[in-house]
Ligand binder design. Structure first.
Ligand code: ATP
Ligand code: MG
Length: 138
């Protein structure tokens, strides 16, 4: 499954109206949409998604932020999807992200950083399955 990754357009970027530009940049960069939906996570759902960060000091803030508005969740396909997508979105902290990356263009802080991208093939599979059944993936 090394050709798939999972992404979310986070509430900050959704509220600022960047969803269309971000999706366009993703498609122009050669990713194919396997599955996509808009939804508003509950705090319990956001907490479960980010459970790996439970012990980190920013966990509460992260869960609150991710459940503060609608998001777009999507599974994407491309060769080397996970690493190519991490390159496309740039560093977690947008002030350290390379020019032209999605976070450099659209994120405002390390907490509110516009997009999520899976960090491994294993997590891409787990995260995609959190949001989409097999029947919803094309
Ligand atoms: P993501 O998993 O969302 O793609 P990432 O892999 O670049 O981001 P992680 O270390 O997995 O970064 O952190 C998950 C998310 O937690 C970050 O995207 C960010 O929204 C938030 N976060 C990370 N570090 C901090 C911090 N120091 N302060 C506040 N929020 C943070
Ligand atoms: Mg991460």
């Amino acid at each position: 499954m090394s050709n798939r990754t999972f992404t979310m357009i986070k509430p900050d970027a959704m509220k600022k109206g960047y969803a269309g530009k971000i999706l366009d940049q993703i498609l122009q960069s050669g990713f194919r949409i396997v599955a996509l939906k808009q939804l508003h996570l509950s705090t319990a759902q956001a907490g479960a998604f980010y459970a790996v960060h439970k012990e980190r000091p920013f966990y509460g803030e992260l869960v609150e932020f991710m459940s503060s508005g609608v998001i777009i969740a999507a599974i994407l396909e491309k060769e080397n999807a996970v690493s190519d997508f991490r390159k496309l979105i740039g560093a977690t902290d947008p002030s350290k992200a390379d020019e032209g990356t999605i976070r450099k263009l659209y994120a405002s802080s390390v907490g509110e950083n516009a997009v999520h991208g899976s960090d491994s093939d294993e997590n891409a599979l787990i995260e995609g399955a959190f949001f989409f059944s097999g029947l919803e993936q094309y």
